[in-house]
Design a protein around this ligand. Structure first.
Ligand code: GLU
Length: 297
C-alpha cells in the first residue's frame, strides 16, 4: 500500500457504501483500503451510509452493512454519518448554486433525452441541454406542477472557475474534465441530491483528507472537483484502487452472484481472517484483481 512521506497532514478516510444491495467481497476490499490507509498513517477512518437514494434503499440492508463492517474487524471512528440526515446541507449547496445561476430545472424524461439525440458520455448519456434554454417564464410555470431535477450548466460553471486539477496518489496530478459528463444532475427528481452533490458536500463536512475508493469512481472525481470549486470546499487527495473482478472479467456488481458478506457471516466464516487474506493479496478462488486503468484521465 502507498505510504505518505513523513510530516504528512492528518489522514481521514471514509468507507461510503450505498445500502441498495448487500455488501460483497468488492466492498470488503474497498473498506480495507480506506481503513488501512488511515490506520497506516495514524489517521481516522469514518463510515458513511449513502442512503438518500430513496427508491432503492432498504433499511434492513443498513443494519446488515454495519454488522458486515464489524464482522470484518474494520473498526470505524465516531458516529456513522447517514446521508438521510444531511438533506439540509444538500439543499443549502443547491441554493448556493441557484443563487449563482449555475443550475437549472430539467423536466425531461429519459425517453425525451434519448429522442433529443443525446450522445453517450462518460457515465450514461450526455444531456443535450433542452431545458437549459427554456424561457424563464415557462420554467417558473412548469416548476409549479411538473416533476423536475436540477442540472448544472456545465459550460457556464467551467468558464467561471477556469482550469482545475486534482491529485491522485497513484495516478498523479489530473486536469479536471467534468465536461465528459455534460450537464449532470445535482438534485434528482426522486431524491434530494445526486451522488455527486452529496459525496462532495459530505467529504468536506467530514474533513476527508484522502478519498480512498475504487477506480470505477476515478472519473467521477472530475465532477466532484468542479463542485468543490463552485461551493468553496477544500479538495482532498485521492487514491483510486484496483477492483476485484470475477474470473469472467466482470465486476463484482451488487446484482450479480457475488456471495454477500452477510451470507459468509451467517455461515460462521471468519471476517477478520478474510480481511487478513485480502490484506496479503490472497484472493478467494475465482476472484481476480483488475489493476486500475484510470479511465477518464
Ligand atoms: N456510495 C458509493 C458506492 O457505493 C461510493 C461513494 C464514494 O466512495 O465516493 O459506490
Amino acid at each position: 500500500m502507498l505510504v505518505l512521506p513523513a510530516g504528512h497532514p492528518p489522514v481521514r478516510t471514509r468507507f461510503a457504501p450505498s445500502p441498495n444491495g448487500a455488501l460483497h467481497l468488492g466492498h470488503a476490499w474497498a473498506a480495507l483500503w480506506a481503513h488501512d490507509f488511515a490506520r497506516n498513517h495514524g489517521g481516522t477512518f469514518l463510515l458513511r451510509i449513502e442512503d438518500i437514494d430513496g427508491t432503492r434503499v432498504r433499511a434492513d440492508l443498513v443494519a446488515a452493512i454495519l454488522d458486515d463492517v464489524r464482522w470484518l474487524g474494520l473498526d470505524w471512528d465516531g458516529d456513522v454519518l447517514f446521508q438521510s440526515a444531511r438533506l439540509q446541507a444538500y439543499a443549502a449547496a443547491l441554493a448556493t448554486l441557484q443563487a449563482r445561476d449555475l443550475v437549472y430545472p430539467c423536466f425531461c424524461t429519459r425517453s425525451q433525452i434519448v429522442a433529443a439525440g443525446a450522445m453517450p458520455g462518460h457515465d450514461g448519456l450526455v444531456y443535450p441541454g433542452t431545458c437549459r434554454a427554456l424561457p424563464l417564464a415557462q420554467r417558473a410555470r412548469r416548476m409549479a406542477f411538473e416533476a423536475h431535477c436540477w442540472r448544472i450548466d456545465m459550460g457556464k460553471a467551467m468558464a467561471l472557475v477556469g482550469p482545475l486539477t486534482w491529485h491522485d496518489l497513484a495516478a498523479g496530478t489530473q486536469v479536471a474534465r467534468p465536461e465528459l459528463f455534460g450537464d449532470v444532475v445535482l438534485v434528482r427528481k426522486d431524491a434530494p441530491a445526486s451522488y455527486h452533490l452529496a459525496v462532495t458536500v459530505d467529504d468536506a463536512h467530514q474533513a476527508i483528507s484522502h478519498v480512498v475508493r475504487g477506480a470505477d469512481l476515478f472519473a467521477a472525481t472530475h465532477v466532484q472537483r468542479l463542485l468543490q470549486a463552485l461551493l468553496g470546499l477544500p479538495t482532498p487527495d485521492y487514491l483510486h484502487h484496483g477492483l476485484l473482478i470475477g474470473a469472467d472479467g466482470r465486476k463484482l456488481a451488487k446484482r450479480e452472484a457475488a456471495p454477500a458478506l452477510a451470507a459468509l457471516r451467517a455461515r460462521g466464516e471468519d471476517g477478520a481472517g478474510l480481511i487478513e487474506a485480502l490484506r496479503k493479496n490472497r484472493l478467494p478462488s475465482g476472484i481476480l484483481l483488475a489493476e486500475p486503468s484510470y479511465t477518464g484521465s
